[in-house]
Design a protein. Sequence first.
Length: 208
Amino acid sequence: MVATNEEEVKAAYVREFSLPVKTQERHDLVVNKILFEFKYSVKLGDIEVAAKVIAQAIYYINRLFKKGRIDEIKYFIVADKDEARIFKVIEFRLFYESYEYQWDDFRPSSPDPKLIAAIKNSKLLESNRVYRLTSQDDLHIFSTRIYKILSPNNYQIKSNNQKHLGWSLPPFLIIICGLTLIVSSGIVLRNHHYFDFLNKLTPAHNNK
């Protein structure tokens, strides 16, 4: 929230998710199957704005595709200081594999208007969630999803451990079982003393 430029937004993501910084490529960041495209403060909920930012990311994806390295990424994320969107790369295959757009005559920061229009009209944005990072609920869901994508194996182990602990150590069951044991023990002891008392009385009664 306190970022004042695009680089500070990127730095915040690097810190939060412990991302290794790679600067050899001409795009913001690619790590663990995710391509990130950072902005400072744009309206990612606006279809027009989002389409242009996504088109820029598609330019970088097209470069990886042409180099035969498309398998290096499965997701791409566009994000600014208070919003973010997550997309599957495969959903945009018709765009980054196409020869209809001018990949060399336009810079990624100023994408081919034809590509922007095609993305806008594709309906892919309408069905995609905009995470409002100023909302604690959205922030939690977004962060959880990112961690799951970045480290699916670790996330699965963590989830399984949480489930295991949740079932093996339910506090309320421990309390109930403890109380039941105490009450049961008290009843047994009380009955034991009662029968001892009757046994002592019975011989005396017979002697009379």
